[in-house]
Design a protein around this ligand. Structure first.
Ligand code: GRF
Length: 209
């Protein structure tokens, strides 16, 4: 039986590429579809090159009504019988109805150590703040902005001369390991919410994941 994954992208799609390269078609994991809010997202080309179905869901085509767009997107995702929806650089806030529809099976990758530096330009925010340690978070998506329960985090130290470009490079290198690992953990059934504290995510450590 396969573990069916959808990925939503808005731009470059380097995290999608990491998932395609590192987990797609292995251990029963299949990326079955890739959606975007932008027709020009490079991520769509990456998906097509891997033979994965793609579609564009631009709110402008729904008269700017994002909730309506999210309903159509949700129907498309549901038609694929998904186990997990991965937001990988999807740059729009999804409606509360959409989030509720996929609750517990939708995750996001964010370029900071949450709960620090939520929202856009997280790397710039962190550098502006003068942090000495930066990092990456993979978390469940809830109705807030980058506020859902944390699944995986990885930190790294910043050089004193840190600039945005070099930090972005370090962040991406970590994201490209952490996000595929999160997908593998879900596929192996290792991830669950602590029944005693819904903020906490319990991960069953396994040597092979
Ligand atoms: C990543 O840095 C991710 O953390 C953020 O958006 C960026 C997407 O990059 N949410 P890419 O499109 O996967 O290359």
């Amino acid at each position: 039986m396969s573990f069916r994954v959808a990925v939503l992208v808005s731009g470059e799609g380097s995290n999608l590429q990491a998932i395609l390269d590192k987990v797609h078609g292995r251990g029963g994991v299949e990326v079955v579809c890739v959606g975007s809010n932008r027709a020009t997202a490079r991520g769509l080309e990456r998906a097509q090159a891997a033979g994965v179905e793609t579609a564009v869901f631009d709110a402008a085509e729904h008269g700017g009504d994002r909730a309506e767009r999210d309903r159509v997107l949700g129907d498309w995702l549901d038609a694929h019988g998904l186990d997990l929806v991965v937001l990988a650089g999807f740059m729009e806030i999804l409606s509360p109805e959409f989030i509720r529809r996929f609750q517990g099976r939708i995750i996001n990758v964010h370029p900071s150590l949450l709960p620090a530096f939520r929202g856009i330009h997280a790397i710039e925010q962190a550098l502006e703040h003068g942090v000495r340690v930066a990092g990456v978070t993979v978390h469940f998506v809830d109705e807030g902005v980058d506020s859902g329960p944390i699944i995986l985090q990885q930190a790294f130290e910043l050089p004193y001369s840190a600039d945005v470009e070099a930090t972005e490079e370090s962040v991406h290198a970590i994201e490209h390991e952490l996000l595929p690992r999160a997908v593998r953990l879900f596929a192996s059934g290792a991830v669950r919410i602590d029944p005693e504290n819904p903020r906490r995510v319990l991960i069953e450590e396994r040597a092979d994941v």
